[in-house]
Design a protein around this ligand. Structure first.
Ligand code: GDD
Ligand code: MN
Length: 370
Protein backbone atom coordinates (compact mmCIF):
# COMPACT_ATOMS: atom_id res chain seq x y z
CA UNK A 1 0.00 0.00 0.00
CA UNK A 2 1.31 3.40 -0.95
CA UNK A 3 0.91 6.14 1.66
CA UNK A 4 0.71 9.92 1.50
CA UNK A 5 1.43 11.81 4.72
CA UNK A 6 -0.58 15.05 4.59
CA UNK A 7 0.88 17.82 6.76
CA UNK A 8 -0.91 21.18 6.97
CA UNK A 9 1.36 24.02 8.06
CA UNK A 10 0.84 27.56 9.17
CA UNK A 11 3.92 29.17 10.68
CA UNK A 12 5.81 25.97 11.39
CA UNK A 13 9.26 27.27 10.43
CA UNK A 14 10.83 26.16 13.75
CA UNK A 15 9.50 22.61 13.29
CA UNK A 16 9.15 21.75 9.65
CA UNK A 17 12.69 20.66 8.77
CA UNK A 18 13.30 18.37 11.72
CA UNK A 19 9.74 17.12 11.44
CA UNK A 20 10.02 16.22 7.76
CA UNK A 21 13.32 14.41 8.32
CA UNK A 22 11.89 12.47 11.22
CA UNK A 23 8.82 11.38 9.27
CA UNK A 24 10.95 10.13 6.38
CA UNK A 25 12.87 8.02 8.89
CA UNK A 26 9.68 6.29 9.97
CA UNK A 27 7.85 5.64 6.71
CA UNK A 28 8.39 3.01 4.00
CA UNK A 29 10.49 3.78 0.92
CA UNK A 30 7.48 4.24 -1.33
CA UNK A 31 5.63 6.60 1.02
CA UNK A 32 5.55 10.35 0.34
CA UNK A 33 4.83 13.61 2.16
CA UNK A 34 2.61 16.48 1.07
CA UNK A 35 2.92 19.76 2.95
CA UNK A 36 -0.07 22.05 2.58
CA UNK A 37 1.10 25.54 3.40
CA UNK A 38 -1.20 28.54 3.59
CA UNK A 39 1.42 31.12 2.66
CA UNK A 40 2.90 31.13 6.18
CA UNK A 41 4.38 34.57 6.92
CA UNK A 42 7.35 32.91 8.68
CA UNK A 43 8.59 31.33 5.45
CA UNK A 44 7.71 27.69 6.16
CA UNK A 45 7.25 27.06 2.44
CA UNK A 46 10.77 28.16 1.52
CA UNK A 47 12.20 25.75 4.07
CA UNK A 48 10.20 22.90 2.55
CA UNK A 49 11.43 23.84 -0.92
CA UNK A 50 15.02 23.69 0.30
CA UNK A 51 14.44 20.17 1.56
CA UNK A 52 12.90 18.85 -1.64
CA UNK A 53 16.16 17.95 -3.46
CA UNK A 54 17.07 15.66 -0.56
CA UNK A 55 13.91 13.59 -1.18
CA UNK A 56 13.43 13.50 -4.94
CA UNK A 57 9.76 12.97 -5.91
CA UNK A 58 8.88 12.12 -2.32
CA UNK A 59 8.35 15.53 -0.76
CA UNK A 60 5.55 17.60 -2.28
CA UNK A 61 3.97 20.91 -1.41
CA UNK A 62 0.65 22.59 -2.07
CA UNK A 63 0.93 26.35 -1.72
CA UNK A 64 -2.28 28.10 -0.92
CA UNK A 65 -2.61 31.88 -1.09
CA UNK A 66 -3.93 32.52 2.42
CA UNK A 67 -4.87 30.91 5.72
CA UNK A 68 -7.99 28.90 5.05
CA UNK A 69 -8.15 26.57 8.01
CA UNK A 70 -7.18 23.01 8.78
CA UNK A 71 -10.14 21.34 7.11
CA UNK A 72 -9.68 23.21 3.85
CA UNK A 73 -6.01 22.23 3.87
CA UNK A 74 -6.76 18.53 4.38
CA UNK A 75 -9.56 18.47 1.82
CA UNK A 76 -7.19 20.02 -0.72
CA UNK A 77 -4.59 17.39 0.18
CA UNK A 78 -7.04 14.52 -0.32
CA UNK A 79 -8.16 15.94 -3.66
CA UNK A 80 -4.51 16.24 -4.70
CA UNK A 81 -3.76 12.67 -3.60
CA UNK A 82 -6.86 11.14 -5.16
CA UNK A 83 -5.52 12.00 -8.60
CA UNK A 84 -2.37 10.05 -7.83
CA UNK A 85 -1.82 6.44 -6.86
CA UNK A 86 -1.97 6.53 -3.05
CA UNK A 87 -3.96 3.89 -1.16
CA UNK A 88 -3.52 5.31 2.34
CA UNK A 89 -3.61 8.87 3.70
CA UNK A 90 -2.17 9.97 7.04
CA UNK A 91 -3.18 13.22 8.71
CA UNK A 92 -0.49 14.68 10.89
CA UNK A 93 0.41 17.98 12.60
CA UNK A 94 3.85 19.44 11.89
CA UNK A 95 4.63 20.39 15.50
CA UNK A 96 5.74 16.98 16.88
CA UNK A 97 2.57 16.54 18.92
CA UNK A 98 2.01 13.62 16.59
CA UNK A 99 5.14 11.54 17.00
CA UNK A 100 6.47 9.97 13.79
CA UNK A 101 7.47 6.89 15.87
CA UNK A 102 3.85 5.80 15.87
CA UNK A 103 3.50 5.62 12.10
CA UNK A 104 4.71 1.99 11.68
CA UNK A 105 2.14 0.69 14.18
CA UNK A 106 -0.58 2.65 12.44
CA UNK A 107 0.49 1.28 9.06
CA UNK A 108 0.33 -2.22 10.44
CA UNK A 109 -3.19 -1.66 11.75
CA UNK A 110 -4.39 -0.17 8.45
CA UNK A 111 -3.78 -3.58 6.84
CA UNK A 112 -6.87 -4.79 8.68
CA UNK A 113 -8.93 -1.63 9.21
CA UNK A 114 -10.37 1.17 7.09
CA UNK A 115 -9.47 3.87 9.61
CA UNK A 116 -6.75 3.99 12.26
CA UNK A 117 -6.97 6.65 14.95
CA UNK A 118 -4.04 7.79 17.06
CA UNK A 119 -5.88 7.90 20.36
CA UNK A 120 -5.06 9.80 23.55
CA UNK A 121 -8.08 8.47 25.39
CA UNK A 122 -7.46 4.73 25.55
CA UNK A 123 -5.16 2.72 27.80
CA UNK A 124 -1.57 3.54 26.95
CA UNK A 125 -2.45 6.88 25.40
CA UNK A 126 -2.39 10.34 26.92
CA UNK A 127 -1.13 13.90 26.81
CA UNK A 128 2.03 15.50 28.18
CA UNK A 129 2.64 19.05 29.30
CA UNK A 130 -0.98 20.10 29.30
CA UNK A 131 -2.49 22.25 32.02
CA UNK A 132 -5.29 20.68 34.03
CA UNK A 133 -7.73 23.13 32.43
CA UNK A 134 -6.71 22.26 28.86
CA UNK A 135 -6.92 18.59 29.68
CA UNK A 136 -10.39 19.04 31.11
CA UNK A 137 -11.59 21.02 28.09
CA UNK A 138 -10.22 18.42 25.70
CA UNK A 139 -11.59 15.41 27.58
CA UNK A 140 -14.90 17.20 28.11
CA UNK A 141 -15.09 18.07 24.42
CA UNK A 142 -14.49 14.48 23.41
CA UNK A 143 -17.06 13.18 25.86
CA UNK A 144 -19.59 15.81 24.78
CA UNK A 145 -19.16 14.86 21.12
CA UNK A 146 -19.41 11.18 21.93
CA UNK A 147 -22.64 11.61 23.85
CA UNK A 148 -24.29 13.96 21.37
CA UNK A 149 -23.37 11.80 18.41
CA UNK A 150 -23.77 8.44 20.08
CA UNK A 151 -20.45 7.41 18.61
CA UNK A 152 -18.16 4.99 20.49
CA UNK A 153 -14.83 6.42 19.27
CA UNK A 154 -12.80 7.50 22.30
CA UNK A 155 -10.65 10.18 20.68
CA UNK A 156 -13.00 11.99 18.36
CA UNK A 157 -11.14 15.29 18.23
CA UNK A 158 -7.59 14.07 17.64
CA UNK A 159 -5.89 14.88 14.36
CA UNK A 160 -3.44 11.94 13.98
CA UNK A 161 -5.46 9.64 11.76
CA UNK A 162 -4.83 7.19 8.95
CA UNK A 163 -7.39 6.54 6.25
CA UNK A 164 -7.66 4.05 3.48
CA UNK A 165 -8.53 5.88 0.30
CA UNK A 166 -11.69 3.77 0.10
CA UNK A 167 -12.75 4.99 3.55
CA UNK A 168 -12.34 8.62 2.49
CA UNK A 169 -14.42 7.89 -0.57
CA UNK A 170 -17.09 6.18 1.51
CA UNK A 171 -17.50 8.87 4.14
CA UNK A 172 -18.41 11.53 1.59
CA UNK A 173 -15.79 14.28 1.87
CA UNK A 174 -17.91 16.55 -0.29
CA UNK A 175 -20.56 16.74 2.43
CA UNK A 176 -18.17 17.92 5.18
CA UNK A 177 -19.53 21.07 6.83
CA UNK A 178 -16.92 21.94 9.50
CA UNK A 179 -13.72 23.84 9.14
CA UNK A 180 -12.36 24.06 12.71
CA UNK A 181 -11.92 21.67 15.61
CA UNK A 182 -15.02 19.72 14.65
CA UNK A 183 -13.50 18.71 11.31
CA UNK A 184 -11.79 15.67 12.81
CA UNK A 185 -14.94 14.75 14.71
CA UNK A 186 -17.00 15.01 11.56
CA UNK A 187 -14.56 12.89 9.52
CA UNK A 188 -14.62 10.13 12.11
CA UNK A 189 -18.34 10.26 12.69
CA UNK A 190 -19.08 10.15 8.98
CA UNK A 191 -16.78 7.15 8.51
CA UNK A 192 -18.42 5.45 11.49
CA UNK A 193 -21.90 6.03 10.02
CA UNK A 194 -20.68 4.84 6.63
CA UNK A 195 -19.79 1.51 8.24
CA UNK A 196 -15.99 1.75 8.06
CA UNK A 197 -13.99 -0.47 10.39
CA UNK A 198 -12.14 1.71 12.89
CA UNK A 199 -9.16 0.96 15.15
CA UNK A 200 -7.83 3.23 17.87
CA UNK A 201 -4.21 2.78 18.85
CA UNK A 202 -2.71 4.56 21.86
CA UNK A 203 -0.51 7.63 21.39
CA UNK A 204 1.16 10.02 23.80
CA UNK A 205 0.54 13.59 22.67
CA UNK A 206 3.17 16.05 23.96
CA UNK A 207 2.48 19.76 23.72
CA UNK A 208 4.38 21.57 20.98
CA UNK A 209 7.82 22.96 21.93
CA UNK A 210 8.07 25.65 19.25
CA UNK A 211 5.50 27.95 17.74
CA UNK A 212 1.91 28.53 18.76
CA UNK A 213 -1.34 26.63 18.43
CA UNK A 214 -3.60 28.08 15.72
CA UNK A 215 -6.76 26.78 17.26
CA UNK A 216 -8.63 29.63 18.93
CA UNK A 217 -11.42 29.66 21.47
CA UNK A 218 -13.82 30.80 18.76
CA UNK A 219 -13.07 27.73 16.65
CA UNK A 220 -13.64 25.64 19.74
CA UNK A 221 -17.03 27.20 20.51
CA UNK A 222 -18.02 26.92 16.88
CA UNK A 223 -17.18 23.24 17.10
CA UNK A 224 -19.46 22.70 20.11
CA UNK A 225 -22.40 24.00 18.09
CA UNK A 226 -21.29 22.32 14.88
CA UNK A 227 -21.60 18.89 16.47
CA UNK A 228 -25.37 19.30 16.36
CA UNK A 229 -25.33 20.32 12.72
CA UNK A 230 -23.15 17.33 11.90
CA UNK A 231 -25.49 15.01 13.75
CA UNK A 232 -28.45 16.40 11.85
CA UNK A 233 -26.65 16.27 8.54
CA UNK A 234 -25.30 12.74 8.84
CA UNK A 235 -27.87 11.27 11.21
CA UNK A 236 -29.22 8.23 9.51
CA UNK A 237 -32.96 8.28 9.34
CA UNK A 238 -33.77 4.77 8.30
CA UNK A 239 -35.68 4.22 5.07
CA UNK A 240 -38.69 3.33 7.23
CA UNK A 241 -38.60 6.70 9.03
CA UNK A 242 -38.48 8.39 5.67
CA UNK A 243 -41.33 6.31 4.33
CA UNK A 244 -43.55 7.09 7.32
CA UNK A 245 -42.83 10.81 6.95
CA UNK A 246 -43.45 10.55 3.22
CA UNK A 247 -46.79 8.83 3.87
CA UNK A 248 -47.85 11.44 6.44
CA UNK A 249 -46.94 14.16 3.97
CA UNK A 250 -49.05 12.41 1.34
CA UNK A 251 -51.97 12.26 3.80
CA UNK A 252 -51.70 15.99 4.52
CA UNK A 253 -51.61 16.63 0.77
CA UNK A 254 -54.80 14.63 0.33
CA UNK A 255 -56.55 16.75 2.97
CA UNK A 256 -55.43 19.96 1.25
CA UNK A 257 -56.55 18.55 -2.07
CA UNK A 258 -60.05 17.65 -0.80
CA UNK A 259 -60.45 20.97 1.01
CA UNK A 260 -59.66 23.05 -2.07
CA UNK A 261 -61.79 20.77 -4.21
CA UNK A 262 -64.71 21.28 -1.80
CA UNK A 263 -64.35 25.07 -1.88
CA UNK A 264 -63.90 25.38 -5.64
CA UNK A 265 -66.15 22.64 -6.98
CA UNK A 266 -68.88 22.41 -4.33
CA UNK A 267 -69.08 25.98 -3.04
CA UNK A 268 -67.97 27.99 -6.07
CA UNK A 269 -69.27 25.51 -8.70
CA UNK A 270 -66.14 25.61 -10.88
CA UNK A 271 -65.84 22.68 -13.37
CA UNK A 272 -64.50 19.54 -11.70
CA UNK A 273 -61.69 18.51 -14.06
CA UNK A 274 -59.75 21.82 -14.07
CA UNK A 275 -60.34 22.10 -10.31
CA UNK A 276 -58.96 18.61 -9.84
CA UNK A 277 -55.84 19.45 -11.85
CA UNK A 278 -55.40 22.64 -9.82
CA UNK A 279 -55.81 20.66 -6.58
CA UNK A 280 -53.16 18.20 -7.75
CA UNK A 281 -50.71 21.03 -8.44
CA UNK A 282 -51.34 22.80 -5.13
CA UNK A 283 -51.27 19.66 -2.98
CA UNK A 284 -48.25 18.43 -4.97
CA UNK A 285 -46.40 21.66 -4.24
CA UNK A 286 -47.22 21.37 -0.56
CA UNK A 287 -45.95 17.77 -0.57
CA UNK A 288 -42.78 18.81 -2.36
CA UNK A 289 -42.00 21.48 0.22
CA UNK A 290 -42.74 19.26 3.24
CA UNK A 291 -40.76 16.35 1.83
CA UNK A 292 -37.85 18.66 1.13
CA UNK A 293 -37.93 20.27 4.57
CA UNK A 294 -38.84 17.20 6.60
CA UNK A 295 -39.06 13.68 5.16
CA UNK A 296 -35.81 13.86 3.17
CA UNK A 297 -34.11 16.70 5.00
CA UNK A 298 -30.92 14.66 5.37
CA UNK A 299 -30.55 14.44 1.62
CA UNK A 300 -31.41 18.06 0.94
CA UNK A 301 -29.32 19.76 3.64
CA UNK A 302 -27.17 21.49 1.02
CA UNK A 303 -29.95 22.38 -1.40
CA UNK A 304 -32.66 24.98 -1.78
CA UNK A 305 -36.13 24.41 -3.20
CA UNK A 306 -36.01 24.48 -6.99
CA UNK A 307 -38.44 24.52 -9.91
CA UNK A 308 -36.60 21.64 -11.56
CA UNK A 309 -36.94 19.42 -8.49
CA UNK A 310 -40.59 20.48 -8.11
CA UNK A 311 -41.37 19.34 -11.65
CA UNK A 312 -39.47 16.08 -11.04
CA UNK A 313 -41.44 15.59 -7.85
CA UNK A 314 -44.80 16.09 -9.60
CA UNK A 315 -43.55 13.73 -12.33
CA UNK A 316 -42.86 11.07 -9.70
CA UNK A 317 -46.43 11.50 -8.39
CA UNK A 318 -47.86 11.10 -11.89
CA UNK A 319 -45.66 8.04 -12.41
CA UNK A 320 -47.04 6.62 -9.17
CA UNK A 321 -50.58 7.21 -10.43
CA UNK A 322 -49.80 5.47 -13.73
CA UNK A 323 -48.38 2.46 -11.88
CA UNK A 324 -51.50 2.47 -9.70
CA UNK A 325 -53.77 2.30 -12.76
CA UNK A 326 -51.65 -0.35 -14.51
CA UNK A 327 -51.59 -2.62 -11.46
CA UNK A 328 -55.32 -2.10 -10.92
CA UNK A 329 -55.97 -3.20 -14.51
CA UNK A 330 -53.59 -6.15 -14.31
CA UNK A 331 -55.06 -7.47 -11.04
CA UNK A 332 -58.62 -7.05 -12.27
CA UNK A 333 -57.95 -8.95 -15.48
CA UNK A 334 -55.93 -11.82 -13.93
CA UNK A 335 -57.78 -12.58 -10.70
CA UNK A 336 -61.34 -13.25 -9.72
CA UNK A 337 -61.91 -10.98 -6.73
CA UNK A 338 -64.86 -10.64 -4.34
CA UNK A 339 -64.35 -6.83 -4.37
CA UNK A 340 -62.73 -4.55 -6.93
CA UNK A 341 -61.27 -2.32 -4.24
CA UNK A 342 -58.78 -5.08 -3.42
CA UNK A 343 -57.30 -4.50 -6.87
CA UNK A 344 -57.28 -0.76 -6.22
CA UNK A 345 -55.51 -1.44 -2.89
CA UNK A 346 -52.78 -3.34 -4.75
CA UNK A 347 -52.58 -0.45 -7.20
CA UNK A 348 -52.19 2.12 -4.43
CA UNK A 349 -49.48 0.05 -2.71
CA UNK A 350 -47.50 -0.40 -5.93
CA UNK A 351 -48.00 3.23 -6.98
CA UNK A 352 -46.91 4.50 -3.60
CA UNK A 353 -43.84 2.24 -3.53
CA UNK A 354 -42.73 3.46 -6.95
CA UNK A 355 -43.54 7.06 -6.02
CA UNK A 356 -41.49 6.74 -2.80
CA UNK A 357 -38.50 5.10 -4.45
CA UNK A 358 -38.34 7.61 -7.31
CA UNK A 359 -38.81 10.51 -4.88
CA UNK A 360 -36.08 9.19 -2.58
CA UNK A 361 -33.54 8.10 -5.17
CA UNK A 362 -34.10 10.62 -7.97
CA UNK A 363 -35.82 13.76 -6.70
CA UNK A 364 -34.12 13.92 -3.29
CA UNK A 365 -31.00 11.99 -4.12
CA UNK A 366 -28.21 12.77 -1.67
CA UNK A 367 -26.79 16.18 -2.51
CA UNK A 368 -23.18 17.20 -2.85
CA UNK A 369 -21.43 20.09 -1.23
CA UNK A 370 -21.62 23.12 -3.55
N1 GDD B 1 -2.36 24.94 5.97
C1 GDD B 1 -2.86 25.22 7.18
N2 GDD B 1 -3.86 26.16 7.29
N3 GDD B 1 -2.38 24.59 8.28
C2 GDD B 1 -2.89 24.92 9.48
C3 GDD B 1 -3.91 25.86 9.66
C4 GDD B 1 -4.40 26.52 8.49
O1 GDD B 1 -5.29 27.37 8.54
N4 GDD B 1 -4.20 25.93 10.99
C5 GDD B 1 -3.37 25.05 11.60
N5 GDD B 1 -2.57 24.45 10.70
C6 GDD B 1 -1.57 23.41 10.93
C7 GDD B 1 -0.54 23.75 11.97
O2 GDD B 1 0.57 24.41 11.43
C8 GDD B 1 -0.19 22.37 12.51
O3 GDD B 1 0.76 21.72 11.70
C9 GDD B 1 -1.50 21.62 12.42
O4 GDD B 1 -2.27 22.28 11.43
C10 GDD B 1 -2.28 21.61 13.76
O5 GDD B 1 -2.42 22.93 14.21
P1 GDD B 1 -2.15 23.33 15.73
O6 GDD B 1 -2.33 24.78 15.83
O7 GDD B 1 -0.87 22.75 16.21
O8 GDD B 1 -3.40 22.62 16.40
P2 GDD B 1 -3.59 22.14 17.91
O9 GDD B 1 -2.33 21.51 18.44
O10 GDD B 1 -4.21 23.22 18.69
O11 GDD B 1 -4.71 21.02 17.67
C11 GDD B 1 -4.38 19.69 17.36
O12 GDD B 1 -4.98 18.85 18.29
C12 GDD B 1 -6.42 18.91 18.27
C13 GDD B 1 -6.99 18.00 19.30
O13 GDD B 1 -6.43 18.24 20.54
C14 GDD B 1 -4.86 19.34 15.94
O14 GDD B 1 -4.39 18.04 15.63
C15 GDD B 1 -6.37 19.34 15.82
O15 GDD B 1 -6.74 18.79 14.56
C16 GDD B 1 -6.95 18.48 16.91
O16 GDD B 1 -8.37 18.62 16.88
MN1 MN C 1 -0.40 21.43 17.82
Amino acid sequence: MKMLVAVPTYNEAPNIEAFTKSVFEHIPQNAEILVIDDNSPDGTAALVENLMPAYPARLHMLNRPEKQGLAAAYLAAFAWGFNRDYDVFLEMDADFSHKPEYIPAMLEAIQNYDVVIGSRNITGGGVEGWSAIRNMISKGGSLYSRIVLGCPIKDLTGGFNMWRKTALEQLGLRNIISNGYSFQVEMKYRSFCAGCSIKEIPIIFPDRKYGKSKMSKEIFLEAAINIWKIKKDVGNDSGIDQFVKFAITGGLGTITNLLIFYICADKLSFPEIPVSIGCFLIAGTQNYVINHKWSFVQNTAHETLSVGKWILFLGASILGLCVNILVLQAVLSHFVLPFKFIAQGCGIAAGMAVNFMVTKLVVFKKGKRQ
